[in-house]
Ligand binder design. Structure first.
Ligand SMILES: [Zn+2]
Length: 532
């Protein structure tokens, strides 16, 4: 494990000050205490990587036969935040997300529209990658495609047959679950319970719970030549072959939605450990499913899981266009990853309100300093040395404590919801500090520096979660100058009306704006406006 003196971990290379030893010790303790809930053991476990200082993560990606909906983005957004956090802690992280470009669903879609499977896969791969880009998910290291790994898949099938864990029958290859005493250990089910879930009608299958590693292709289906004739890979084996190729036979974290735990991940685990004789994954992490509010037959509202069959999926690109990428990310990580995410208008509205707290604070600080809050502004870690001894020591300490609280939340099984709550606490502290000292009126330079440093600490915490990308605060990028000018004019009319004691006119302006969801806020340095 890399020392937490690493620049990525924290700024502990700064000049010594009173708090240095203390926070160093806390940070060191902190890097040791990351706990991750493991589906396999049903417990939160101390995180210990396979290779010191390094973390390998595999997340099951999309089957590219349609446009991604919001549910497809939950895993990528969560693991993007997880990778950023682990990197911040000093780990070297490799994150792999696969693309399933051969599958029953793709073959079905191809037959339905009369287009080759490959063309459909390419079209929706582009769509998937573009959506990830739009959401600002740029931390994935590798996105391998199943069809580029047929040789590895065939090799793994052969190894499993060689070891007696699999058998070929009528052009298919099946995994023999009866030879694996561990089968069911991830989903905590017994093999006998699964008999009804397996398809018995598959050609040559010996036992209902056995699953296909390789499938014989029908005449009109895409195929690859194999020792068992023309066929194509099963879904589960592609993830084993690709994850082990890029991350090694034993790697740290494997993620996916709760719905993938069985049979997909159970089968991945069984075939991988049977092939290598080694532990496949140390920490299995499953995220909650997305739930939407729909109208039931009787007309009453109900909240249900989002799935294709009920047609209640929300296309994610439309949402990004409507709400912006930052809000979507904020919304998705505002719930702990293991809990279901309820996707309703009310929740989106609440997220909008929550995110605007930070935007307003950063604007406020920008008005004080006269410059935007960019990387150049020093954060509280850097300015605390001077502040701790002065009158504002208490404020500096409370900002640093809240930062530690944020890290503790993230160390508790990546509790992003708790971390965001701490960020709100911190924003409240900074606003209270500005008001307590009437900084907007008095404009004392050292207090402005303290407020800016605290806001910068907050901004940096947001960046750790992948929030606050450049431009996030701009709610209305188009026509914004024109709207600004109009609003300036309205604010001036209202101010003049109040000066002339024409309160009726001043009220008309304020109420009229409120009706179109524009709020005016009178501050020491003038009136500002905002939407929502
Ligand atoms: Zn997978």
């Amino acid at each position: 494990m890399r020392s937490c003196c690493s620049r990525r971990c924290n700024d502990y290379d700064r000049p010594p000050h009173a708090d240095k030893l203390n926070s160093f010790a806390r940070a060191k303790a902190h890097i040791m205490t990351l706990r991750v809930y493991n589906t396999l053991t049903k417990k939160k476990e101390l995180f210990e990587p396979v290779k010191p200082g390094k973390v390998g993560i595999y997340l099951c990606g999309m089957t590219v036969y349609k446009s991604p909906h919001i549910g497809h983005m939950v895993g990528p957004v969560i693991f993007d935040a997880i990778k950023r956090y682990l990197t911040y802690k000093g780990y070297e992280v490799t994150w792999v997300v696969n693309i399933t470009d051969v599958d029953d669903k793709l073959i079905e879609a191809s037959k339905k529209v009369g287009q080759p499977m490959q063309e459909i896969a390419e079209k929706y791969t582009r769509d998937y990658l573009q959506t990830l880009r739009l959401l600002g998910i740029d931390t994935i290291d590798k996105m391998p495609k199943a069809t580029d790994h047929i040789a590895e898949i065939i090799e793994m099938c052969e190894a499993l047959i060689g070891k007696g864990h699999a058998y070929a029958a009528e052009g298919n290859v099946y995994f023999d679950v009866t030879k694996d005493p561990d089968y069911g250990k991830l989903s905590h089910r017994k093999v006998e319970e699964q008999e009804t879930t397996g398809r018995v009608d598959a050609a040559g299958k010996r036992y209902p719970a056995d699953f296909a590693l390789w499938k014989a292709s029908k005449a009109d289906e895409p195929y690859w030549d194999s020792p068992w004739g023309r066929g194509r890979p099963g879904w589960h084996i592609e993830c084993s072959a690709m994850s082990m190729k890029y991350l090694g036979q034993t790697f740290d974290m494997h993620g996916g939605g709760m719905d993938l735990m069985f049979p997909h991940h159970e089968n991945e685990l069984a075939q991988s450990e049977s092939a290598t004789g080694k532990e496949f994954v140390k920490y299995w992490m499953h995220n909650g499913l997305t739930r939407v509010r729909t109208k039931a037959r009787g007309g009453e509202w109900q909240v249900e899981d989002m799935h294709a069959s009920s047609g209640n999926m929300v296309p994610v690109r439309e949402l990004i266009e409507r709400h912006g990428a930052d809000l979507m990310r904020y919304f998705l990580i505002s719930t702990h990853y293991r809990r279901p995410i309820e996707f309703t208008d009310e929740v989106i509205a609440a997220a909008k309100k929550g995110l605007s707290v930070f935007a307003r604070l950063f604007d406020r600080v920008q008005r004080l300093t006269g410059a935007p809050l960019t990387d150049d502004v020093q954060d509280m870690d850097r300015t605390a040395a001077g502040l701790l001894e002065g009158d504002n020591g208490e404020f500096a300490r409370s900002v640093l404590n809240l930062k530690m609280k944020f890290l503790e939340m993230m160390d508790d099984d990546f509790n992003t919801a708790g971390a965001i709550a701490v960020m709100h606490e911190l924003a409240g502290e900074v606003n209270a500090f500005i008001e307590r000292h009437n900084i907007e009126h008095n404009k004392q330079p050292e207090l402005i520096t303290a407020a800016a440093a605290a806001a910068q600490s907050l901004r940096k915490l947001g960046l750790v979660l992948g929030l606050f990308r450049p431009g996030f605060a701009k709610a209305e990028p188009k026509d914004s100058d024109f709207v600004d000018q109009l609003m300036k004019l309205l604010i001036e009319i209202r101010a003049n009306a109040r000066k002339d004691k024409n309160f009726a006119l001043a009220d008309t302006v304020r109420k009229g704006l409120e009706q179109i969801n524009v709020t005016l806020e009178d501050r020491a340095d003038g009136t500002i406006w905002r939407r929502g």
